[in-house]
Write a protein that binds this ligand. Structure first.
Ligand SMILES: [Fe+2]
Length: 215
C-alpha cells in the first residue's frame, strides 16, 4: 500500500523574543493599576485593562514598544503572511491582561482587525496559549462533529485530526496570528500572568471593498 499525505492550508502563529520586560511589569503594577478607574473589566481571576481603548495612546512609557510592535506586525503581515499589496498596519486597540492562578479565558477570536498579537510581559514555565481549529463545536459550518482518539500525532506521524494546539511562552515572547483564529486558556498556573494584547488592521485592503475608517 503506497500513500502520501499533503498538508494544505497551514495556519501560522509567529513568535518573537523581545527580551526583558521587567520595567513595563513594574510600571503596570506601580502606575497603571492605580489609575485605571473604570477601564478595568474583571472576569474572575482575569482582568482586562483598557480593553476598549488603545493603551499605547494613554501612556508615553509604551511609545518605544508601540513602534517595535508596529514594525514587527508589518513584517508578519506583509512579508511573512505575504499580504504585500495591502496598506500599512495600524493598531485598532491595545490593552493589558492580568490573570491570577486559576483564571481562564474561553476560546474567542478578535474582530475589528486582521492580525492579532499578544506580548507576554510576565510568564513562567507554565504559561501557554491554546489555539483552536476553526472547524470545531462552535464553527458556523454545518459539518458533523466527531472526536479523534486523542490529540497526539497518530502512528504515521500525522496530526490532521488535532483540534487544538498549545504554544508555550516565556516573558518577552510576542505571538502574532490571523484574527479569525480562536484562542484561549484555562486554569492558569502563573501568578500575576501579565500580557499586552493588540489588534492590527491594514489601512487599505487589496480587494474592491474597503473597511470603514473614521477620520
Ligand atoms: Fe484574545
Amino acid at each position: 500500500m503506497q500513500w502520501e499525505a499533503a498538508s494544505l492550508f497551514a495556519t501560522p502563529v509567529f513568535k518573537f523574543s523581545m527580551g526583558d520586560m521587567q520595567n513595563l511589569v513594574k510600571f503596570f503594577h506601580e502606575t497603571i493599576k492605580n489609575d485605571v478607574g473604570d477601564e478595568r473589566d474583571a472576569q474572575g481571576a482575569l482582568s482586562h485593562y483598557f480593553s476598549r481603548f488603545n493603551v499605547f495612546e494613554k501612556y508615553a512609557e509604551f511609545s518605544s514598544l508601540q513602534s517595535k510592535l508596529s514594525q514587527m506586525g508589518g513584517f508578519v503581515y506583509r512579508d511573512l503572511m505575504h499580504y504585500q499589496k495591502s496598506g500599512d498596519l495600524y493598531f485598532t486597540n491595545a490593552w493589558l491582561n492580568l490573570c491570577e492562578i486559576g483564571g481562564s479565558q474561553p476560546a474567542h477570536n478578535h474582530v475589528n482587525c486582521l492580525l492579532c498579537g499578544t506580548l507576554y510581559l510576565h510568564a513562567d514555565e507554565n504559561t501557554h496559549l491554546n489555539f483552536y481549529h476553526p472547524l470545531n463545536n462552535s464553527s458556523f459550518h454545518s459539518e458533523l462533529y466527531d472526536r479523534a482518539a486523542d490529540d497526539v500525532p497518530n502512528a504515521h506521524g500525522l496530526k490532521f485530526h488535532r483540534r487544538e494546539a498549545k504554544i508555550s511562552v516565556k516573558s518577552g515572547d510576542c505571538l502574532f496570528w490571523p484574527s479569525w483564529l480562536k484562542h484561549g486558556y484555562s486554569d492558569n498556573k502563573t501568578a500575576g500572568r501579565l500580557s499586552l494584547s493588540f489588534n492590527m488592521m491594514p489601512d487599505k485592503l487589496n480587494v474592491d471593498y474597503q473597511p470603514f475608517m473614521q477620520s
